[in-house]
Design a protein around this ligand. Sequence first.
Ligand code: C5P
Length: 228
Amino acid sequence: MIWALVPAAGSGRRFGGDVPKQYLHAAGKPLIGHALEALLAHPQMDGAVVALAADDPHWPGWTTLHGKPVVTCVGGLERADSVLAALYALPENVAHDALLLVHDAARPNVRGCDLSTLIAAANAQRDGAILAAPVRDTLKASDADHRIEATVPRAGLWRALTPQAFRRDLLQRALQAAQAAGVTVTDEAMAVERLGLHPVLVEGREDNLKVTTPADLALVEFLLARAA
Ligand code: C5P
């Protein structure tokens, strides 16, 4: 059994505006609608839990998509709190070692082929797997005045994307440990790495973008309209 956990409790402050970025529309639908549809259209996915802000007025109230259950819960202060809340809200019949795919609500353009590759990789070994893209630009380290101090070799550097796939018991243990240590993790793999484990990087499509700025929104609008 494979379930998606979708943290969507963020306020999207970096984007600006009143509407959290996961509810901005592109190609006729909120970004979170595209993300959930892409996940649940995959034949191996069984359902999704979405972590929402308390009293979220924007949530469209979906309870099923593609005939599969969509469950909601209230998220937390940090992304990891929201993911843990979603994990706790899984239905009772989801096994302790079920595979969970954690996916950003504001990443609407994930493709089925990437989900298939990710699921196969995560099933093949115990530390989990994440979609990622190799760094293409030259990287610079700077001082506080934006003066270049060094060029960072980009070989072996990747951008972490989502979904990130882990067995339920491992993900729970990793996020609880980070929470207990007061460490803010910016993705799920980081919590698993803190346990001394080594999730696998699965090269995914570069156009699986997370919307953070108005320029990102324009780009995903174009990509989604082209795919429709
Ligand atoms: O802010 P960022 O782009 O890293 O957020 C990634 C995802 O995590 C978004 O879908 C956001 O709604 C979610 N999130 C959350 N709970 C928080 C903070 C972020 O569910 N407290």
